[in-house]
Write a protein that binds this ligand. Structure first.
Ligand code: AMP
Length: 319
């Protein structure tokens, strides 16, 4: 299944994305996480992105699109994905549609997690993360048992640098201006579904999975059947092609054999002729040559004698 999670920063879509990953065994692709990893690694891309992130502004489209394209090309994206925090504006959504169209894997669902602005502010400024196991807490709504320590693994919790009040209000403004219009973009495609993002995490998750099951599962099943039928047809076509190739090869071999057979007697004849010529030439031995010469020698005087007798005859006539 191929899903985009929409929602303002702090709507809880990141938390829901992790639960969806566990349930459906497909990867979560969060541009925010990818960018934070680049920043932490101190890469050029990270350095480029950091200023915009700290100011609560969007990182440029070319940077984010390059990252997403590379992520979608990884083998684990074949079975589907959950996009979280991407796309963030209309050009990114259009670029995503184009990328997925090229891959022949269009988006199936855009799920909007809807939360009011006042709640968002508390959620974001109160958010604390565990850098070791990824658990998320909130000092207002779901505080850890021990202050600043992860309940699950005991590691220290961190406060994201862009979760301060100034940056948060910027991020919410940017969301309203640039990201919120995506709801209409996907509505026009008939792919938008909305879930209220307030209440317990498990109830929101249940609502989300119900939407996914009703919207995508039947479609995914049909698509799966179509896909396996297409794979079978492709395998048959391949086998047929192999047969045709083998037949063509056999025909070529047969033609070559026929041609060889046709030329073979001529060669034999030629060989026989050659042999015969050699045989014919062989008796012309020294003895034969001598004999021939002898015959010629003996034949000459006979000619002379003939010539002499003719002259004698003429002389007799004259007398
Ligand atoms: P997030 O964790 O999704 O709230 O993202 C944190 C920050 O990363 C945002 O405030 C942006 O500066 C940047 N960012 C994340 N995703 C995108 C995106 N798709 N386009 C541009 N900037 C992004």
């Amino acid at each position: 299944m191929r899903i985009v999670l929409l929602g303002a920063p702090g709507s809880g879509k990141g938390t829901q994305a992790k639960l969806l990953v566990e349930k459906y065994k497909i990867p979560q692709m969060s541009t925010g996480d990818l960018l934070r990893a680049e920043v932490a690694a101190g890469t050029d891309l990270g350095k480029k992105a950091r200023a915009a992130m700290d100011a609560g502004q969007l990182v440029t489209d070319d940077v984010v699109l390059g990252m997403i394209q590379a992520r979608l090309a990884r083998p684990d994206a074949k079975n589907g994905f959950i996009l979280d925090g991407f796309p963030r504006n209309i050009p990114q959504a259009q670029a995503l549609d184009a990328m997925l169209a090229r891959l022949g894997q269009p988006l199936q669902l855009a799920l909007l997690v809807d939360v009011g602005a006042d709640v968002l502010m508390k959620r974001l400024t109160g958010r604390r993360n565990c850098g070791s196991c990824g658990a998320i807490y909130n000092i207002h709504f779901s505080a850890p048992k021990t202050s600043n320590k992860c309940d699950k693994c005991g590691s220290s919790l961190t406060h994201r640098s862009d979760d301060n009040e100034h940056t948060v209000s910027n991020r919410l403004k940017v969301y309203q201006e640039q990201t919120a219009p995506l709801a209409n973009y996907y509505k026009a495609q008939g792919k938008l579904r909305t879930v209220r993002g307030v209440g317990t995490v498990s109830i929101i998750f249940k609502t989300m999975t119900e939407i996914i099951e009703s919207q995508i599962r039947p479609l995914a099943d049909v698509m799966g059947k179509i896909e396996s039928a297409a794979q079978r047809a492709a395998a048959l076509a391949k086998a047929e092609e192999a047969k045709i190739k083998a037949a063509a090869k056999a025909e070529k071999i047969a033609k070559a054999a026929i041609a060889k057979a046709k030329t073979a007697p001529t060669t034999k004849v030629k060989l026989a002729v050659k042999k015969a010529v050699i045989k014919k030439a062989a008796p012309v031995s020294k003895a034969k040559v001598k004999a021939k010469l002898k015959t010629k020698k003996t034949a000459k005087p006979a000619k002379k004698a003939k010539g002499k007798s003719k002259t004698k005859a003429r002389a007799k006539k004259v007398k």
